[in-house]
Design a protein around this ligand. Sequence first.
Ligand code: F6R
Length: 260
Amino acid sequence: MEVVILAGIRPLATLAADAIEALLRRKPDAVLGLATGSSPLPVYDELVLRHEQRGLDFSRAHAFTLDEYVGLPAGHPQSYREVIRREFTGRVNISPDNVHGPDGAAADIPAACQAYEDAIRAAGGVDLQLLGIGTDGHVGFNEPVSSLASRTRIKTLVEQTRRDNARFFGSLAEVPHHAVTQGLGTILEARHVILVAAGAQKAQAVRDLVEGPVAAICTASVLQLHPHATVLLDEAAASSLRLADYYRHSYDNKPSWQGL
Ligand code: F6R
């Protein structure tokens, strides 16, 4: 696991966008794994800028989102399908047909989850997965004590997650209780994982992710088992890390050819 600590979210977004740009230039039909929530938004803004100013081309790329609420009507502004279109995919030249998300409105949720797993596999797997982290340590909506081997399925959201996400809705009562999410086993199959976290409210979850034991109580800790996981942190999110100085030293002395 590589941990990069920088002074603010903008330089973190630049680094993540650099990795995505390098991937697209090397492999124009790359498969991107997209997260919603607030953490990746600066990355999406930076990619949109590069698309508009430098012609960064998404026309052959594919995208799979991590998760979706269950029970929101189609077109609801907070459905993750809508959010990702509004915040990112609708602002670059990726084909809408190439943007996929789990179906939270399916009559047969288990069948829809299996179909989503099959679609990711048929596309050749995710090349680069962007992640945020919940204050309870979740990635995707893999809430505490999710199986570390889980696949795409329905999960019940913990109240802390519902409260955290109420800011996107009118009130807590409007936040769904369930979501379908890629599993931890699914996420681990992405070839490169980049997790972005900013703000002091993420510091404990980040410490558990990076320096805690691999344990289902902090599901993000499963990334310690991933061969190519990058954790991008601002100072506040990194403020509880014991080995922060070591991570800074490693990054400062990294060979320039290495990239993320
Ligand atoms: C959303 C997702 C969640 C969020 C997490 C952090 O697709 O997968 O795991 O990344 O809840 O949310 P923010 O970034 O809003 O703090």
